[in-house]
Design a protein around this ligand. Structure first.
Ligand code: COD
Ligand code: ZN
Ligand code: ZN
Length: 341
């Protein structure tokens, strides 16, 4: 049930870099890359949902449609994922990549840093034939992760107040989701003030840096919002900001969503009273969206101009300049670099 595809565009996401730095462990050697769009070249036996020539987006969270997570109306973390216990293979346990005779591992079912890749049918979605692949590739990870965290996981309500910690590509996408959901106040929080302008461009109503205050940032936010925000989002990937995000939401009804993943396998300790007062603490991968069902719909929403992806794209480079692209991400100078093949 495999699909071979020609890559057209791939985004540079933090998580690929987490493999390079050792913070996310997956079998090596590996072809990284998971935020992409391409065109189907050929299909294996039994494949029915895509055909050669289709424009597609690979899905780093698959949707098998049969497991308990896929069958539950709210679940999206398909049990066939290769994120929790990475095997670095196709679903059948094999690899389709070699280099000078040596087997190369797959990466979370996608491996998009390659001119061609092979994915399982449950790890690919067909999208609108008219869609610009060098933009909609972002729907394969960063955009959807952030946007879904607001509209699907938190279920942001019209007129509400939101706080977003971390204004990278994912945080900006959270802001876009809050805006589409009708939030009245969206407060961006980042230690890099260079991120504020873009955040405001996509919908933040105000931005603050924790470094400008003597008080802890959650206290500042509580004061700014008469007792706490309705929805908060942690989009940095640090334990401290996870706690700050939880603390800054309203004690009795605030909802806090963890989007970031801390380095290593760090644990948090927290006071249960923070939840007994009525808060909700949530988290999700890929914005809580069932991937194969939702990606085509998100592309349709993009084509209908419900949201723009342009603010997320700092630069488009040829594939060969991948290291230059990662240098920009590491130094905080870029939001997303798109590589084209
Ligand atoms: N307080 C506030 N902001 C901070 C702090 C802090 N203490 N420290 C850093 N920041 C800011 C940075 O200045 C930066 O602007 C922002 O936080 C982080 O942005 P980026 O550009 O580094 O990263 P993103 O937006 O591309 O991704 C961030 C995530 C945390 C979402 C990502 O790294 C992650 O953990 N993803 C979740 C795991 C996941 O879903 N993986 C599946 C495939 S991605
Ligand atoms: Zn499943
Ligand atoms: Zn990603």
């Amino acid at each position: 049930m495999s699909t071979a595809g020609k890559m057209v565009a791939t985004g540079l996401c933090r998580s690929d870099d987490h493999v390079v730095s050792g913070n996310f462990v997956t079998p090596l050697p590996v072809i990284l890359g998971h935020e992409a769009a391409g065109i189907v070249e050929s299909i294996g036996e039994g494949v029915t949902t895509v055909k050669p020539g289709d424009k597609v987006i690979p899905l780093f969270v698959p949707q098998c449609g049969k497991c308990s997570a896929c069958k539950h109306p709210e679940g999206n973390f398909c049990l066939k994922n290769d994120l929790v216990m990475p095997r670095g293979t196709m679903q059948d346990g094999t690899s389709r990549f070699t280099c000078r005779g040596k087997t190369i591992n797959h990466y979370i079912g996608t491996s998009t840093f390659s001119q061609y890749t092979v994915v399982d049918e449950i790890s690919v979605a067909k999208i609108d034939a008219a869609s610009p692949l060098e933009k909609v590739c972002l729907i394969g990870c960063g955009f959807t992760t952030g946007y879904g965290s607001a509209v699907k996981v938190a279920k942001v309500t019209p007129g509400s107040t939101c706080a977003v910690f971390g204004l990278g590509g994912v945080g900006l996408s959270v802001i876009m989701g809050c805006k589409v959901a009708g939030a009245a106040r969206i407060i961006g929080v980042d230690i890099n003030k260079g991120k504020f302008e873009k955040a405001k461009e996509v919908g933040a109503t105000e931005c603050i840096s924790p470094q400008d205050f003597k008080k802890p940032i959650h206290e500042v936010l509580k004061e700014m919002t008469n007792g706490g925000v309705d929805f908060s989002f942690e989009v940095v990937g640090l334990l401290d900001t996870m706690v700050a995000a939880l603390l800054c939401c309203q004690d009795a009804y605030g909802v806090s969503v963890i989007v970031g993943l801390p380095p290593g396998s760090q644990n948090l300790s927290m006071n249960p009273m923070l939840l007994l007062s009525g808060r909700t603490w949530k988290g999700a991968t890929f914005g809580g969206f069932k991937s194969k069902d939702s990606v085509p719909k998100l592309v349709a929403d993009f084509m209908a101009k419900k949201f723009s992806l342009d603010p997320l794209i700092t630069q488009v480079l040829p594939f060969e300049k991948i290291n230059e692209g990662y240098e920009m991400l590491r130094s905080g100078k870029s939001i997303r670099t798109i590589l084209t093949f």
